[in-house]
Design a protein. Structure first.
Lengths: 328, 124
């Protein structure tokens, strides 16, 4: 059914398109879905991705930038020469496909364990941290005047949001209290420079090929804020997948990340990056607790969600390693 | 008194059956879900084996640190409140050691293969 709808939609803007084949859902919650499909035309076929909120699921929850903003940011990134899919079409009501957009499909790998272990990526791994530093700098340099409307965040607001969410669970966690206290005491206040922040720059949202990074995905958590947040988030231990001595995604060093960032004409502030790494570690821990809440209260009564709840203790040991290192 | 086998023995028998007989037969997303399910059963057997001792030791440490009596939940709430207010911090005697031991005991149940945990086991 979706192939017929996509076929009608594609025919209206892809010149020479004769239909759509191979539609398959890649991921989907209740409110957001990702589909892969091929646009068939006289010259062959073109891989495409649909990212949408199905009809009836228009509103974007809480922190989400919204699919229209995601499309605008992805297009801006693409036009600025950053590794990004090209947005081919923003859905219109007459498409009857809901809210969202269609982008080019970029081949490559997003699964961290493969990127960190498979031979195909052996040449890419040593250069990724520096390369990603450059990409993050490019994101932070996108012109403010062209950005869609986004929420503005600061360290102070982020601490308050995390604390409110943690307290809503009603279960005491002394290590999280310690981290909240540490963050409050070191809150650097409003950033001197406020830029576009991707907000979820890590494994899973990066398409990697044997040649390095090919695309940045998922602008759902994009906002305006302290640019050091993105550099801290990609260093969170939860994204190292066991390679704990390589702080950047389990493949690289902070020095390489910062060198790539600075080679693109921006300055990294290592102390502030560390502050955001602690914030990010706590944030993932609280997200894990949130999964447990949704497992217990919500409609998604899945084992996977339940077991993610049991991963919050991983962030507690990582917080202690950051805030109260032993024997050092 | 309930009869044997114990819950631990029963869960372990089910987990071993799923792991050795069923998992090799299953493909795709259900194979992933089955692995998550087996991990959950293994976690439960670890908790049944370890929780009694670690909860007892945690409560004893908390009572000594705080100088009050209470359930484990109440004691953790009391420590959390004191950390939040700044009354107790990492400099207070025994606090860092307590948080480390409690966290290590949680990881021993939740994720004994987590790299940070394995590293800290070696550097105690």
């Amino acid at each position: 059914m979706i192939e017929a709808q996509l076929g009608r939609c594609v025919a209206s803007w892809f010149s020479g398109a004769t239909g759509v084949t191979g539609a398959a859902k890649l991921s989907g919650g209740a409110s957001q879905e990702t589909w892969t499909f091929d646009i068939v035309h006289a010259g062959g076929s073109t891989g495409a991705i649909l990212r949408r909120a199905p009809p009836g699921h228009g509103a974007s929850p809480g922190r989400a930038a919204g699919l229209d903003a995601e499309a605008a940011l992805m297009q801006l990134a693409h036009d600025a020469g950053l590794p990004s899919p090209r947005v081919m079409h923003v859905l219109r009501p007459e498409d009857e496909l809901g809210i969202g957009f269609i982008m080019t499909r970029i081949e490559g790998e997003t699964i961290a364990r493969k990127i960190l272990r498979d031979d195909a990526f052996a040449k890419a791994r040593p250069m990724l941290a520096r390369q990603l530093g450059g990409v993050i700098a490019g994101i932070h340099g996108l012109p403010a005047a062209k950005l869609p409307k986004l929420r503005e965040m600061s360290a102070t607001k982020e601490i308050a949001d995390l604390e409110r969410e943690y307290r809503s669970f009603g279960r005491p966690r002394p290590v999280f209290e310690l981290a909240l206290r540490w963050l409050r005491e070191r809150d650097p206040g409003p950033s001197k420079e406020v830029t576009l922040v991707h907000g979820d720059f890590r494994h899973g949202n990066l398409i990697i090929g044997p040649d390095g990074v090919r695309a940045v995905l998922d602008w759902e958590l994009a906002h305006l804020g302290d640019p050091m947040e993105d550099l801290g988030w990609i260093c969170v231990n939860s994204w190292r997948f066991g390679e704990i001595d390589k702080p950047v995604g389990g493949f690289g060093s902070r020095e390489d990340l910062f060198a790539g960032y600075e080679a693109a004409g921006r300055r990294a502030d290592p102390a502030r990056v560390m502050f955001w790494e602690v914030m990010g570690t706590l944030r993932w821990g609280i997200m894990c607790c949130g999964m447990m809440q949704r497992f217990r209260l919500g409609p998604d009564h899945s084992m996977e969600r339940a077991m993610i709840g049991r991963r919050s203790s991983e962030t507690e040991i990582d917080l202690l390693r950051l805030l109260a290192p032993r024997g050092g | 008194m309930q009869d044997e086998p114990t819950p631990t023995e029963l869960i372990k028998a089910v987990a071993d059956f799923l792991r050795n007989e069923i998992a090799p037969e299953i493909k795709g997303h259900n194979a992933f879900k089955l692995r998550v399910g087996i991990n959950a059963l293994d976690l439960v057997t670890r908790q049944l084996a370890l929780e009694g001792d670690s909860d007892g030791a945690e409560a004893a440490r908390l009572k000594a640190l705080l100088g009050v009596e209470g359930s484990l939940l109440e004691l953790n709430r009391a420590l959390s409140d004191k950390i939040a207010s700044g009354e107790v911090g990492l400099q207070a005697p025994g606090v860092s050691e307590h948080l480390w031991q409690t966290t290590m005991d949680k990881l021993a149940v939740d994720q004994p293969n987590y790299a940070s945990y394995k590293r800290e086991l070696g550097t105690k």
